[in-house]
Design a protein. Structure first.
Length: 372
């Protein structure tokens, strides 16, 4: 094959996509026969820029679509229109998308309209409830129907794809988030929060951002956090806020004045990994944290009614506890009081990957080009 005879366009818009594609981009850029373009939709701004800097990734194009309180329609239409022009200019031979965001859905549709094969990283996750998580469950199902390469993180994801009757190749690769996490964790990153002494307290690391938790469920979650802090004076809550005002304002109102609560801006990825490594356990509605925390030996209480990552629950590293305040309290109490229960969760094996997923994915793309 000639030098750079084929080109791959990697498209991303939000922070989790940047984290989970960073090592894929690195691996692609180390492959001489492939010319790699990175295109940002700009669905997220500051939260993506920080990850790009950490992994030293430069973008070739940026659609810069982010608006405060943007709607799903705006994200989708603006990405679709912007990508049409970019594909006309770059003429990529292959497009890579990740996960289930509106960026990933719009990008795969844009590629499909241009008859460019799509490789879907982290394919095959399912809750089987179209509206939970919303709109992610529908996004990932739609992507599965138009992608031609499905890079499934686990055996269960492979089975889900087979059941969905998808066209194209299914490969079990592991989850690229572990590649990124291990790379960052190996440098023993710090997480310094003013006034927070990691040695004096048991630190509970919490994050909340999901659309289905906006409103009443979020209020319930906050009530659960208050109960934990009331009953366990040796705990502190570290809660990095999402930038979305619809989530951050109610949290600030409820917890902002309370002792032993640290509300911070979103931690950068290095600090986040440092915080996972140092915290006692996590309370979160995030998907990525369910995958990352077990690699650093930390239990995860999942603030949702269902999960597309049941592997974590089966392996014993995560527990689904929903948003009922009493349930949140009871489950946190168990981990705080029962050393055996804590160790069982902390020592369970991470089912999501071994840190080599990106390499496998790029090998599969290379083989596809060799067949052309
Ligand atoms: C999006 C994804 C979700 C993913 C999450 C990770 C969709 C539909 N949702 O949800 O799957 O789990 O990202 O964070 O694709 N904002 C900023 N600066 C930023 C990022 C966001 O100010 O860097 C604010 C903006 O006001 C924006 C709002 O956050 O309107 C919401 O962003 P949006 O991408 O619509 O949804 P997320 O809840 O972040």
């Amino acid at each position: 094959m000639n030098q750079s005879s084929f080109s791959v366009c990697v498209i991303l818009g939000t922070r989790p996509e940047a984290i989970k594609l960073a090592t894929v981009i690195e691996e692609l850029r180390h492959t001489p026969e492939i010319k790699t373009y990175v295109v940002l939709t700009g669905q997220h701004r500051e939260m993506v820029d920080e990850v790009m800097t950490l992994f030293a990734i430069t973008a070739d194009h940026d659609l810069d679509i982010m608006k405060p309180k943007q709607t799903l329609t705006e994200i989708t239409c603006n990405s679709l229109q912007g990508l049409e022009k970019i594909f006309a200019e770059l003429q990529p031979d292959f497009v890579v998308v990740q996960g289930d965001t509106s960026t990933a859905f719009a990008a795969s549709l844009a590629a499909f309209y241009n008859k460019i094969p799509v490789g879907h990283v982290e394919a095959g996750l399912r809750t089987n409830n179209l509206f939970n998580p919303f709109p992610e469950e529908a996004n990932r199902r739609l992507i599965s129907q138009i992608a031609q390469f499905h890079f499934a993180p686990t055996e269960l994801a492979v089975k889900n794809l087979e059941k969905s009757g998808v066209v194209g190749e299914i490969h079990q690769t592991g989850n690229t988030v572990i590649d990124a996490l291990l790379k960052v964790a190996n440098n023993n990153p710090e997480c310094q929060v003013p006034q927070l002494n990691w040695h004096h307290h048991r630190v509970l690391l919490a994050t909340v951002h999901r659309r289905e938790n906006w409103g009443a469920p979020l209020q319930n979650i906050l009530q659960g956090f208050h109960s934990i802090l009331d009953s366990f004076p040796d705990t502190v809550l570290l809660l990095p806020l999402h930038r979305n005002p619809l989530v951050r304002e109610p949290i600030q109102e409820s917890l902002g004045q309370r002792d032993r609560v640290f509300l911070t801006e979103p931690l950068n990825y290095k600090e986040l990994v440092g915080a996972i490594a140092r915290c006692y356990f996590l309370l979160t509605d995030s998907g990525g944290l369910q995958e990352e925390a077990p690699s650093l030996g930390k239990p995860v209480l999942v603030l949702r009614d269902n999960t597309e990552r049941p592997e974590a629950v089966t392996a014993g590293t995560a527990k689904l506890i929903g948003t009922n305040p009493d349930n949140i309290f009871v489950n946190a109490k168990k981990l705080l009081e029962d050393d055996h229960a804590y160790r069982q969760m902390a020592n369970a094996i991470n089912p999501f990957g071994d840190g080599l997923a990106s390499r496998r994915i790029v090998k599969i793309i290379q083989k596809y080009f060799q067949r052309l």
